[in-house]
Design a protein around this ligand. Sequence first.
Ligand code: NAD
Length: 353
Amino acid sequence: NKIKKKILITGGAGFIGSHVVRLFVNKYSEYHIYNLDVLTYAGNLENLSDLNNSKNYTFIKGDITDELFINDLFEDQQFDTIIHLAAESHVDRSIKKPLSFAKTNILGTMVLLNAFKNTWKNSWEDKLFYHISTDEVYGSLSGEGYFLETTPYDPNSPYSASKASSDHFVRAYGETYGMPYIISNCSNNYGPNQFPEKLIPLFINNIIHNKPLPVYGDGKYTRDWLFVIDHALAIDLIFNKGKIHETYNIGGFNEWKNIDLVKLLCKVMDDKLQRDLGTSQKLITHVTDRPGHDLRYAIDASKINKELGWKPTVTFEQGLIKTVDWYLENSIWLSNITSGEYLKYYKNMYLNI
Ligand code: NAD
């Protein structure tokens, strides 16, 4: 009975969600944390095995697009806060299967919004729908400049279009029904527990196994990278101090051309695996660019920095070394998920290398 708040985190078995769930369960013993996840290929309860005995934590297996199930769950549990991370998250997959992205990312978000609205009707005091989104909704920067919270949406991939759409619905529920919401749009994350289809863990795994490193096009496209734990800390700060009906951009102040990032990672891996310097770099293979590939994303994170006092706690080099160390120490985690389905997917995606 000491529990003051019920917090539902969706997608908590995935990469970023697992770090958010761990942070909240350990930090807020007075809150009960519910983790709702359908466990797609990207969801893995091993990411949270350390929380199995935590009293303020419950895992719920379920699909956010299943309206009846979600309505019943919300009616039973009366969650005070939703932190919504569940999504299909991989751009390459969205190019092959755009409809599943629309279903989970748009429809799934709407089902949650609707269930939350029906739970509280108009009594919104102390309630929050916190939607986690991406900087990819802003489209591509061709030259200088940065994405601000006020930058118009201009998404280019089915993934970013589905996330942009979900952001718009969250805002619309705020405007139309007075639902208290916050949205944050973050740059590329990296760190422990990331599924090895995304660049950094894919390349760590490939270097370990002496497989080619498929770099799209000339590798000159630029991304801003943020260590996942710094994203989780930003989410916690926004949850506590963010202003209702506001958007916050979160970024690492850390832009890298892809090819330079891969070369740095190769150097770190040579060092960790005690191979001659330059060994891993020989694995770089240039492959045909992905369609609609955005040239540059760069986040201006000065709003969250100035208003809430957030900044990253680790440099990129520190974060990369922590990440490489984690994957080398967790070879069983890595081999468990890089067998079976993953191999089929990998061959299908990268057969041309
Ligand atoms: P992820 O793919 O690792 O995890 C997504 C999780 O959602 C998985 O556990 C999966 O099982 C779950 N899920 C998928 N469909 C579901 C459904 N229908 N019902 C219930 N659960 C479902 O993704 P991630 O990289 O951790 O990203 C989490 C969120 O953060 C996403 O909303 C993504 O758009 C956003 N984001 C990611 C990044 C990044 O660099 N990874 C950057 C900015 C924002």
